[in-house]
Design a protein around this ligand. Structure first.
Ligand code: PLP
Length: 456
């Protein structure tokens, strides 16, 4: 990437602070400090308005799987704009890009998944899930099965339903959440909550909370359980091996639909097309977004297993749900071009067999740093648990030691974007990251840890 014209940072920041209400941002500090202005990106590298090059360790927001600035996607989008820039998919209408994308997804997904409902985002996908699972049970004449069990500290989006399904306490505090009909159980977070149990024992215990919740609420009232294969925004919480098989057993035996939120884990992040394939689970529904278009245009969806689709398709009357941009032709064109790159360049296989194991090994070595209590990574998503003295599983006391000492929310320190979640530092780079860039990512992470250690 050539560093080209430098932007006038101060006036841009002032204009931004004056008029732009940012998502998930402390607006007061934004007024005082201003935002970082990103002006262009290529591959794994961002450039800001001062001409700094920054390694994008978060793939944007866990989404730019094929890397930034792929001309094939830009060209596909431009061509589709010229052909059919918009038409809807309501009321039995359709168009070639949405048909082609639905077919491609059916080919790429596990064999039981041959249907997809399109949305504009991951949040809309999870709103759709809520309505679909309840409609499913209504159609089967079990309308009292409405409750959805989700997990504390999960992230399922920012709409009223998405944020309610999610288990983020700071989100629930704003705007009267959660909405009724949602029940949260524990997360399989061994590092923080495992106590004296081994990871395997703790994984089983966390999964069995689902069964206890079903008993408490009543099987005849529970519609579904929703979870991310690996919790992302909650802190890259990789469940112990015992967790998912037990969850799958419970859902099957207790007649509860299993929803795997694949918004982050889908499209290669764990080295399989879908994260649930990594854990060998067969969900009933899979909300998708992010890596579907690598974030080039907003698009999401819900992949529906045939056994569920058969019921929904044969329900009487319309499914009264959809979005103006469901199956937007230009977003579909971006997604088709993106999936073609992922498939033809064997990027998913590369995460499983090459760059994933390569970065995981280097990442694991960071556990030797005095500030790191655990260094974990699966596929290409990882976390460092920060502690006052390694290798103890003990937290810093109070707020003083929070990862906020390294950064607030997003860290751009030393030219590397990482994310802070409580006392952990998160990484989720583009899947096309090279070996040399992976080395650089680890070097910059280590430097940030060293700098922080020296300042504590
Ligand atoms: N589900 C998961 C697992 C996510 O990580 C996210 C976003 O980070 C969402 C849903 C919501 O997606 P969106 O921000 O596109 O609405």
């Amino acid at each position: 990437m050539t560093v080209s014209n430098v932007y006038p940072t101060a006036p841009l920041r002032a204009l931004d602070a004056a008029h732009h209400l940012h998502p998930f941002s402390d607006m007061k500090s934004l007024n005082a400090e201003g935002s970082r202005v990103i002006v262009r990106a290529k591959g794994c590298w961002l450039e800001d308005s001062d001409g700094n090059r920054i390694l994008d360790g978060m793939a944007g927001l866990w989404c730019v799987n094929v890397g930034h600035g792929r001309p094939e996607i830009a060209e596909a989008v431009a061509a589709q704009m010229g052909e059919l820039s918009y038409y809807n998919t309501f009321f039995k209408t359709t168009h070639p890009p949405v048909i082609k994308l639905a077919g491609m997804l059916a080919d790429l997904a596990p064999p039981a998944f041959n249907h997809v409902f399109f949305t504009g985002s991951g949040s809309e996908s999870n709103d759709t899930v809520m309505r679909m699972v309840r409609t499913y049970w209504q159609t089967l004449e079990k309308p009292e099965k409405t409750v959805i069990i989700a997990r504390k500290n999960a992230y399922h989006g920012s709409t009223m339903a998405g944020a309610s399904l999610g288990g983020m306490a700071p989100m629930h505090k704003q705007g009267g959440l959660p909405i009724p009909g949602i029940h949260h159980i524990a997360q399989p977070y061994w590092f923080d909550e495992g106590g004296d149990l081994s990871p395997a024992e703790f994984g089983l215990k966390a999964a069995q909370e689902l069964e206890a919740a079903i008993d408490e609420i009543g099987e005849d009232k529970v519609a579904a359980f929703i979870a991310e294969p690996v919790q992302g925004a909650g802190g890259v919480i990789i469940p112990p091996e015992t967790y998912w098989p037990e969850i799958a057993r419970i859902c099957k035996e207790r007649e509860i639909l299993l929803v795997a939120d694949e918004v982050i884990c889908g499209f290669g992040r764990l080295g399989k097309w879908f994260g649930s394939e990594h854990f060998g689970i067969e969900p009933d529904l899979m909300p998708i977004a992010k890596g579907l278009s690598s974030g080039y245009l907003p698009i999401g969806g819900v992949m529906v297993a045939d056994r569920i689709a058969d019921v929904l398709v044969n329900a009487t009357g319309d499914f009264n749900h959809g979005f103006t941009y469901s199956g937007h032709p230009v977003a579909c064109a971006a997604a088709i071009a993106n999936l073609t790159i992922l498939r033809d360049e064997k990027i998913v296989e590369r995460v499983a067999d090459d760059i994933g194991p390569y970065l995981q090994k280097k990442w694991a070595a960071l556990a030797g740093h005095p500030l790191v209590g655990e260094a974990r990574m699966i596929g290409l998503m990882g976390a460092l648990e920060l502690v006052p003295s390694s290798p103890a599983r003990r937290r810093f006391a109070g707020d003083a030691g929070r990862a906020g000492t390294i950064c607030r929310d997003f860290s751009f320190r030393n030219g590397l974007v990482m994310r802070a979640v409580r006392d952990s530092m998160i990484i989720s780079p583009p899947l096309v990251i090279t070996h040399a860039e992976a080395d650089e990512l680890v070097r910059l992470t280590e430097k940030t840890l060293d700098d922080t250690h020296a300042e504590l």
